[in-house]
Design a protein around this ligand. Sequence first.
Ligand SMILES: [Zn+2]
Length: 348
Amino acid sequence: MKLFFRKRQETAVFHLPESGQEIRQLIEYREDALIGRTSVISEGLLQKASIFFGETDAELIRDMIQTSRQTCFFCPPAVFKATPTYAEAVCPGGRMRGQSTLLFPNLFPLAAIHSVLTWPDHHFLRPGEFSSERLTDLFLLAGQFIAAIRRVYPDIRFLSLNCNYMPPAGASVLHPHFQILGSREPAHRLREVMDAAGVWHQTNGHCYWNDLIDVERRTGDRWVGMSGDWAWLTPWSPLGSNEVMGIHESAETVFDLEDNDWRSLADGLSRVLKMYDDQHYSSFNVCLTGGCCDTTAGQRCVIRVISRQNVRSLYRNDEYFLQKIHGIELIVSPPERVAADLRPRFES
Ligand SMILES: [Zn+2]
């Protein structure tokens, strides 16, 4: 099996209302090389990018910060009193602490393990303020917790580390936070990727993710750079807007990540988020996954970062029939352009 970046094209034909001039617009469907999921890019849409994302309303964000601070239970002292706790065997005292970070169970869990990680002293951070140091502190705490989970709950086979930042990305709490989900089984969509990577490995005798790194590094259009053992690139067929991926060259599951891996992940992610901030994107999602701890053949740890609609009153949702029902993602900024913007930020 060879790694193919497949695409097909269609042409939409219509006439302009006043002049009657015939317009032909090229539409390109791109297929993900592993699972065949499609994304669509339209010539016409490229000129509409700024309208699509909308402009961030800085004044609205200031108001939201002020209003939510008064009742925020991720701020001190509430975060040390009003949040739930884990059993002593998981972490003595019930909540795990990093240098300036705190981890506790989610009050409304969606999985057997569902934790919240936050910086209690920062009720708000801009995307560019998720510095390498801050993320390192949070990720090292995640690593410490994951080791405890492995010890106490050996039936938890699959883990992910996630972030919804600001309401357009699904955050119900403004205070910046990450979430760890742990289950016996991955969600269907993640399972599909894992299974396909397993089949790729079985058929070819090598790892799809390493093959992808090799191709993208060689061809260069979507290549970004390295941070430690993480290879950063933009996907041929993105899952979301301005998507950037980091692939660990050898770690197969999130359980395998060591302190230096978490540090270099923090370094890479902070560079991506700084670019989003500089380009005035004010909402994003992050998801880090890997294989199940006992099904590792052909698996790698992969982090995906996408931007969402900008924070403004009555922002337009970016998940409609096309994404939710057809399962096709819209490409607003071409991945090759996102990579070109991000590449210099990985060179220093
Ligand atoms: Zn807060």
